[in-house]
Design a protein around this ligand. Structure first.
Ligand code: RBF
Length: 172
């Protein structure tokens, strides 16, 4: 049974977390709005370390903007076959033109496609906010750090993936 709880994973229960000591995880970070994405990347990185992922098993790369997260994740998974998951970090802030809609749509659908293509968890840690204030509140402010939450999600999804692979192997 899943208890009713708020969806904010920034205050995760460390006793409920899988150990990441055998996991290899990439973080791809967009350079646009780098004050925000840098804080989220730090949150994700620290959380992976806190949960046992070895420093040498955390791969960190940057891409120019959130639109490029899809290609970044795809290239990582194509070229590093030992990767268990990719955390994608970006921040898209609503502007005066329709770019916001196109970028958000492309990156959310694109990352889903990459996950299904490679059969690996690809985590959507992309803020899509009306303004900078909302972004600050979600990158270490009053609404937590969505980079931290992306790392928690990645660890949980890798554990699920390994559990299901194990069960499948046991039946073969
Ligand atoms: N990238 C972001 O990560 N966040 C943004 O808020 C953002 N706003 C953009 C607004 C405009 C008008 C343009 C042209 C690009 C923007 N980008 C943004 C960059 C985008 O993700 C991508 O890097 C470029 O469109 C090049 O493919």
């Amino acid at each position: 049974m899943i208890e009713h709880k708020k969806t904010n994973l920034s205050d995760y229960d460390s006793s409920q977390m899988p150990s990441g000591k055998e996991y290899r995880i990439a973080i791809v970070t967009a350079e646009w709005n780098s004050t925000i994405t840098g804080a989220m990347e730090q949150g994700a990185y620290d959380t992976l370390l806190e949960n046992g992922v070895k420093e040498e098993n955390i791969v960190r790369v940057n891409v120019p903007g959130s639109f490029e997260l899809t290609t970044g994740a795809d290239l990582l998974l194509a070229n590093d076959k030992g990767l268990d998951a990719v955390i994608c970090i970006g921040c898209v802030i609503q502007g005066e033109t329709r770019h916001f809609d196109f970028i958000c749509q492309a990156v959310s659908q694109g990352l889903t496609n990459v996950a299904l293509k490679h059969q690996r968890p690809v985590i959507f840690s992309v803020l899509t906010t009306n303004d900078m204030e909302q972004a600050l509140a979600r990158s270490g402010g009053k609404h937590g750090n969505k980079g931290t939450e992306g790392a928690v999600t990645a660890l949980k999804m890798v554990a699920l993936q390994k559990q299901l692979e194990q069960q499948n192997f046991a039946k073969a």
